[in-house]
Ligand binder design. Sequence first.
Ligand code: NOJ
Ligand code: CA
Length: 559
Amino acid sequence: MIFRGWFVLGLSLATVGSLGAQTSAPSPTLADHPWWRPAVIYEVYPRSFADSNNDGIGDLNGIASKLDYLESLGVDAIWITPCYPSPQKDFGYDVADYTAIDPMYGTLADFDNLVRQARAHHIRVLMDFVLNHTSDQNPWFLDSRSSRTSADRNWYIWRNGKAPGQPPNNWISDFGGSAWTWDPKTRQYYYHYFEAAQPDLNWRNPAVEKAMFDVARFWYDRGVAGFRLDAVDTLFEDPKLHNNPIVNGEMVNKYNDNLTENHVVLRRLRSLSNQYDAVLLGETWTDNISQLKQYYGEHDNEIQLPMNFMFATINKLSAPDFRHQIDAIESSGEWPVYVITNHDMERSYNRYGDGVHNDQIAKLMAALYLTLRGTAVMYYGEEIGMSNNDPTRLEDVKDPLGRMDWPKNKGRDGERTPMQWSDAHNAGFTEGKPWLPIPASYKTHNVATELADPDSILNFYKALLHLRRDNPTFASGDYVDCDPTDPNILCFLRSYQDHYAVVALNLSSQPQTLSLDLSRYGWEAGTDSVLLSTMPQPPTNLRHATLDPFAVVIFQSNP
Ligand code: NOJ
Ligand code: CA
């Protein structure tokens, strides 16, 4: 098979995966990194990945059936969003039992089988750990709400109202309305940062920490390699329940978000995880780099991989904006964690796409974050250019966020649609009725069709992932911005030991020229060659290179 459209050092497609071995110098090794640092972690939304029993909902056996695909794609681990027993009010982020599997997804035996099979495919499994809150159907909460004197009352946050009919303070739920819900039976309010069906645990109660750490042990003992930690910013609240300030008409969550106590728990969870050599991947929403830095811990003793959402939420193709965020994390001294899309945000295909060049832009975005130093977190379907399929009628909306604020906010159903495996009925996801409608794009953007197309987004992702795996320059090398002033081209030099690469990305819709002299970095003029490109005839000389609109060219210097 030949990769039409890419110029890969004159190599055939079949050899792309071993480019690192093509260089004459010995391949650098990554012995000094734990596995998760250069890793690519692939997020699986289990309801939507693959349905093995045709009930319209994806399941664990479905995931297991796609391990060959994931291995050949080149990912190192999968993070499975919550598959615990749940009333599915927030599609699993309302956990009723932390140490079981919801029957709709399978059994614990299926889970064990998935971990075993994944291991045979060199893929690790991360679970999603919902620390901040449980379902209101969790037996812990049922007991807690049963009476003011119940043994578990203090596992959640119960308070009297400020006055009859008035909640304890002005805090607002992320899902709308007051963050307090009145319980008529025990005549107190309980607190929920998210939906009313997701009461917050009281992390000031040591019994809560003990129970949750036991949950972590339970999954570690089953072979889980780590956790993605949900909503870690909101574990603690001000015990005095001060009202939050309102600034310019907006509430600032000063007293229930980002409290320093969060870090104490994270340090203890990290110690526990260290006993299992496990990794913590954090859902860490931060306003600036110093907040993000805190999540790593002062002595690298909190979350190894706090996700950088400041990068992820740059919602336009802006070289200066991306450069700014890359510089910020690079100069922080921490290990970056890049992500461009997930189950809570509009798909990157739509967010960055201009409606005309979306496929090219999908490759451009892939090349941007997968060639940077750090860990990368992908979202299922990103690699085939899946697009959002937002509901058009309120009655079709499944996500509580979409029902709350319709039609201003259409919710998150659009980015959670079934994986598009082929152009067959229901995109090959199920023989039943899929729980969310399949976007029309499945006819062209699906795994089977794209595997057969050398120019597809999927084959570009595969080439990038294999390049990244085989050549540590990308995931681990040093980073230098080649031209910090260029408004259109993002171009960075990567070096690892005596290996050099330059990634040149044209983020604009016009051709752009590049003129680089990198001799001061040890890059000898005239030694350039192209490792990977989206251009059929890519430039081969960094001193005079013209990049097509939205083009990717990855150069290497031949020693
Ligand atoms: C973050 C999760 O990613 C999101 O889907 C969920 O709604 C909230 N946390 C609440 O658990
Ligand atoms: Ca199923």
